[in-house]
Design a protein around this ligand. Structure first.
Ligand SMILES: Nc1ncnc2c1ncn2[C@@H]1O[C@H](COP(=O)(O)OP(=O)(O)OP(=O)(O)O)[C@@H](O)[C@H]1O
Length: 365
């Protein structure tokens, strides 16, 4: 009787690379498995020839095969260590701790409003925050921060020209609206829009930040793909109203992030326009777009509901006047966004403790 490849790979999946939660099969370190009778051999590939884990990992492989395949298997001396020298690509946004994509399925559900106010609330809570307006076809961040006339300068950092983000209410930001007339951007072809996003990420002088929020266009598009190919996105949040049509599109957004080729965890959903309370009837809640639609969807999908934001006149006015409503911390709106910021912080901490960093999606040609 001979052993099967599956027996071998199953056993080697139990060998973890020290200091990570990944196993040597998942890391693609095992190649050329050969089985001849009781003899088992394979190549164990390391990135560097002086990896301090070579000896302990070889021993762990031998033990795993003897324990889980057959204690009479001839494995000792048959594992060949190989070193693969890889050229490390320079890291994009090396000093940014968390990159958060803010997405929505349907347009007009308040994704930019949530991104802007959330960014302000995170900054008010003491975080260093950046905001990239990747909603190339309808950039609204400049309007929401009263920065329509901002024209960022170039600064020279270590011999490289970088774009200095505009700063308002404690948030550093870049938007395509700073560089072109928004009406012009709407007629751009996909590659132009994707290049603009890459440039804002790679050539912005972002420095050290706790968070960069990326306000994406509605739906799923080339821009989403460009984003996950350009940077390792820590997690996504999906904004929706409680309305059926919006929820159906939100599901598509969730599937896109969690899909096998992308693998960006969805940290939670935000229900915007959850209800309306008129100033003269503060006890009343009117569920204009339906009640708890997002809450129920989040429960169904096993995703956290990070917040419910009501329809409030000051949110719309704040967006139109260039002063996000969350700037007023003591208002009902300010408190709702502070709560959302705290929940996001906790969700990001939990994600970072539980799972390995996201990997950038590799470009296949
Ligand atoms: N909770 C709210 N209360 C009151 N007005 C809101 C609220 N959320 C969003 N709005 C208003 O709704 C409009 C659309 O919001 P916003 O531009 O943020 O949507 P969006 O989803 O980013 O749209 P797009 O599809 O263009 O990206 C804006 O005028 C905004 O001020």
């Amino acid at each position: 009787m001979s052993y099967t490849q599956k027996q071998i790979t199953d056993a080697l999946k139990l060998v973890q690379y020290p200091g990570t939660d990944k196993d040597i099969m998942g890391l693609d370190m095992v190649r050329n498995i050969k089985i001849e009778g009781k003899k088992i051999g394979f190549d164990l590939v390391f990135q560097k020839s002086d990896d301090p884990n070579i000896v302990p990992l070889k021993k762990a492989c031998v033990s795993a095969i003897l324990k889980f395949v057959d204690r009479e298997a001839e494995i000792k001396g048959n594992i060949k260590v190989k070193a693969m020298h890889v050229v490390e690509e320079p890291k994009v946004l090396p000093k940014v701790k968390n990159i958060i994509a803010v997405a929505s399925g349907k347009g007009g559900v308040g994704k930019s409003t949530v991104s802007s106010n959330l960014a302000v609330a995170l900054a008010k809570a003491g975080a260093k925050v950046g905001l990239i307006d990747a909603d190339i076809y309808g950039p609204s961040v400049p309007l929401m921060f009263g920065a329509e006339s901002a024209r960022p300068n170039l600064v020279n950092v270590d011999g490289k020209d970088l774009i200095e983000p505009h700063e308002a209410y404690g948030v550093k930001m870049l938007s395509i609206g700073f560089f072109v007339d928004p009406a012009q951007a709407t007629v751009w072809r996909g590659p132009m829009a994707s290049n603009a996003l890459k440039q804002m990420i790679e050539e912005g002088n972002w420095g050290e930040l706790d968070y960069v929020l990326i306000d994406l266009p509605p739906g799923t598009s080339d821009i989403h793909l460009t984003l996950v190919q350009t940077v390792p996105v820590t997690g996504a949040i999906v904004v929706s109203t409680p309305q059926e049509v919006a929820l159906a599109d939100a599901v598509k957004g969730i599937s896109m992030f969690e899909g096998p080729g992308v693998n960006v965890p969805v940290l939670g959903m935000v229900e915007n326009m959850a209800w309306f309370t008129p100033a003269e009837l503060p006890e009343n809640k009117y569920y204009i777009f339906g009640k708890d639609g997002c809450k129920k969807l989040a429960e169904e999908k096993g995703i956290e509901l990070l917040g419910q934001i009501p329809i409030v006149q000051s949110i719309r006015e704040g967006g139109d006047s260039g002063k996000p409503a969350a700037v007023n911390e003591d208002s009902v709106v300010g408190m709702a966004f502070a709560d959302l910021a705290a929940k996001l912080n906790a969700a990001v901490d939990a994600r970072n403790q539980k799972s390995a960093p996201t990997e950038r999606v590799k470009i296949t040609r």
